[in-house]
Design a protein around this ligand. Structure first.
Ligand SMILES: Nc1nc2c(ncn2[C@@H]2O[C@H](COP(=O)(O)OP(=O)(O)OP(=O)(O)O)[C@@H](O)[C@H]2O)c(=O)[nH]1
Length: 664
């Protein structure tokens, strides 16, 4: 986990949540770097100098025409060391002090716990490059990217502002699934790729083997490969010279009208929406008026600058530069990633934008205690300010009351969102079984997309005649001895093998088409466990395929719990129904009356369990009259009650809702 994520995210989080007082971030605003005034005719020449030479902190961006700029990204499989490498490059260029990264404001709790990077960040560095006896100063923009599959949209977003990428591969682990996925993202975007074999200090490092993998899989010349250890510093001195020599400068035209690409945005309590932008053509200055190609909305540019790595106001940004802009947008929803922004009253061709983030996993979120609806509403609103990739719609459930249906990019994205709601906003939530969007066709020819199985009720007049489910194309790389186990797992999950080959004598490469539904629940953990942790896995969205799916209802004392309904493949319905009922039984305490739990498809019951009546008395465990213990126990019971949901007359604990996530 690197400085970039830690610093920028932590600042946002700290300001919003922990009220730490003035942060580095605001300090930087106060430094108020000089504003160079306006110039109608381009800043492309390096003729402009700072008019405030007395300010040693001044950064004069006009000294950096496009040929002195390099924009690049670091891409890698999770844990191959890209954040550590990014930190080292920031240190090497004096952007942060050595060791500063580790001591800097903490990163998000979820990131710390899960060891993943949630959001990509950008930093500008300056480097004096000596070649042929002359020294020239370069401006380098490093765009950090997250590693996890759920966030691959962030990878493609960051690549749009780059002309090159460092492809980092662990010297011991070699090419892994996300190395393949990231390589192709970069390759398809026509980026210059600099292969780096990192962690060469490890005793198990085998750089020659990794070099031949890179050659055979991606046709990368072994002579072009850099060998580094981001830990010991070995080989790092060659990285920036390679960036300058091998990556082309940004291609934009400085004498054209402004075309600015919106890379990302986040919400800052004090400044409002802060946009990360790349200036493709022309230049942008504070005080100008700009318009969004996507919405037609106009804004005043209130502040412009670079991330160095904190926000440093520079008053303008020139062709090819990457930085931030504050423009009085009220919510990150106005800042559409991939949007083109241009000066008012100019006519420009919008840049090719991105596909909007595609929501692949949906789940209902309800307050564990019904009265906390407003608190949950507030928390979700604030959290989505910084994660516009979550879709939110209100819904209500007979079992759970008022709540929200949220769409996520993947299961990890969903988990992270849930965890942040609880950790950062102190909300207690009940989340329903995650589901993927299915398409149903009725006998009258109409089609519906179903994101919420609970709300999908059969209409006796029009029958369902066909159904489709989304699939993914999965890449799996494993040591050859695990091939059999992986093939078994994939066929249990209804996968279709598309490719099977060997990367080298020890590693197999497989491509599968798998129903998204089958990987949403616990696929990755299972894959890891049957391969002793050696499998690497990545996937991309693919088409919908026809599939025989049915709605499975769960009923308590004859009453369906809409939040527990799911859509499952017909062939698996029997088994899933049985497992759900068995599992639920374990979570329901005996109550004053008998409880029946049933799984049903339409009116056909496929599994049934009963819990006989008995009053559970927590105090029975207390011998004698220890008052404090008694009190504690009662408190605990009260706490437990809060997390119960009453369906009809049956109390269902939150754990029961969570437990059923794992079935399927
Ligand atoms: N031995 C050794 N360990 C390294 C080196 N570079 C990074 N690491 C360690 O490898 C682990 C993963 O490094 P990160 O930089 O967090 O990896 P990442 O690719 O950024 O991971 P995500 O941000 O989670 O995608 C950390 O424990 C690092 O300390 C290296 O050159 N040698």
């Amino acid at each position: 986990m690197g400085y970039l994520n830690r610093a920028s995210k932590a600042i946002q989080v700290a300001n919003r949540i922990y009220s730490l007082g003035p942060s580095h971030h605001h300090h930087c605003y106060r430094l108020g770097l000089p504003y160079f005034g306006s110039n109608e005719h381009g800043f492309c020449s390096n003729s402009r100098n700072s008019n405030r030479k007395d300010d040693s902190n001044a950064i004069d961006l006009s000294q950096y025409p496009t040929d002195k700029i390099r924009n690049f990204s670091i891409i890698a499989h999770v844990d191959h060391g890209k954040s550590t490498l990014a930190d080292r490059l920031l240190e090497l260029t004096g952007t942060i002090k050595r060791g500063h990264g580790a001591q800097y404001l903490d990163k998000l709790q979820v990131e710390r716990e899960r060891g993943i990077t949630v959001k990509a960040q950008t930093a500008t560095m300056f480097y004096d490059y000596k070649s042929n006896e002359t020294t020239k100063s370069y401006l380098l923009n490093l765009v950090d990217t997250p590693g996890h599959v759920d966030f691959s949209y962030e990878v493609s977003r960051s690549l749009a502002a780059c002309q090159g990428a460092l492809l980092v591969v662990d010297a011991a682990q070699g090419v892994q699934a996300q190395t393949v996925a990231n390589f192709y993202l970069a390759f398809e975007s026509n980026l210059s790729i600099i292969p780096i074999i990192n962690k060469i200090d490890q005793p198990t490092a085998d750089p020659d083997r990794v070099k031949s993998q890179l050659k055979s899989m991606f046709d990368l010349d072994p002579n072009d490969v850099l060998l580094t250890s981001a830990k010991t510093g070995q080989g790092l001195e060659h990285v920036i010279p390679a960036v300058i020599e091998r990556i082309p400068p940004p291609p934009g035209k400085c004498d054209s009208n402004l075309r600015m690409f919106l890379l990302d945005s986040y919400y800052d309590e004090y400044k409002g929406v802060i946009c990360h932008v790349a200036i493709v053509d022309g230049s942008l200055r504070k005080g100008e008026k700009i318009t969004s190609a996507a919405t037609g909305q106009s804004y005043d540019v209130l502040d412009v600058g670079i991330m160095h790595p904190e926000l440093r106001s520079t008053g303008f940004l020139l062709t090819g530069q990457v930085g931030y802009m504050v423009s009085g947008m009220r919510s990150t929803k106005e800042a559409r990633v991939g949007d083109t922004l241009f000066h008012n009253k100019t006519i420009v061709e919008p840049l090719p934008g991105f596909k909007p983030a595609k929501h692949m996993v949906f789940s209902g979120l309800y307050p564990a205690d019904g009265s906390d609806f407003e608190a949950l509403n507030n928390a979700i609103e604030r959290l989505t300010c910084n994660d516009a990739s979550v879709s939110v719609a209100r819904e209500s459930s007979t079992a759970l009351g008022l709540g929200f249906r949220c769409g996520f990019l993947g299961l990890l994205h969903m988990d992270v969102f849930h965890q942040r709601l609880e950790q950062e906003y102190g909300t207690h939530i009940i989340s329903t079984v995650p589901t993927v969007p299915y398409i149903f066709e009725y006998s009258d020819g109409s089609k519906v997309e179903v994101q919420n199985p609970g709300a999908f009720t059969a209409n006796p007049k029009i029958r369902v005649v066909a159904s489709w489910e989304p699939t993914v194309l999965a890449t799996i790389i494993i040591p050859s001895e695990y091939v059999g186990a992986v093939i078994t797992l994939c066929s249990e999950r209804r996968g279709e093998q598309l490719e099977y080959s060997f990367i080298d004598s020890q590693r197999a490469f497989m491509k599968y088409r798998l129903p998204l539904r089958e990987i949403v629940v616990d696929f990755y953990n299972e894959l890891k466990s049957i391969t002793s942790g050696y499998a690497s896995f990545d996937y991309e969205d693919s088409e919908y395929v026809a599939s025989d799916v049915v709605k499975l209802d769960i009923l308590f004392n004859g009453q369906p719990v809409d939040a527990m309904a799911s859509i499952v493949h017909n062939l698996k319905a029997q088994r899933v129904g049985r497992e759900l009922v068995d599992k639920l039984k374990k979570f329901i305490d005996r109550q004053m009356f008998e409880i029946t739990i049933q799984a049903a498809i339409g009116s056909k019951v496929i599994a049934r369990e009963t819990i006989s009546a008995m009053r559970k008395n927590v105090l029975a465990k207390c011998y004698g009259g220890d008052v404090t213990r008694k009190k504690k126990l009662l408190e605990k019971q009260k706490e437990g009650k809060k997390r119960m949901k009453r369906v009809g007359s049956v109390d269902i604990p939150q754990e029961a809702f969570h437990a059923i996530l794992k079935v399927g």
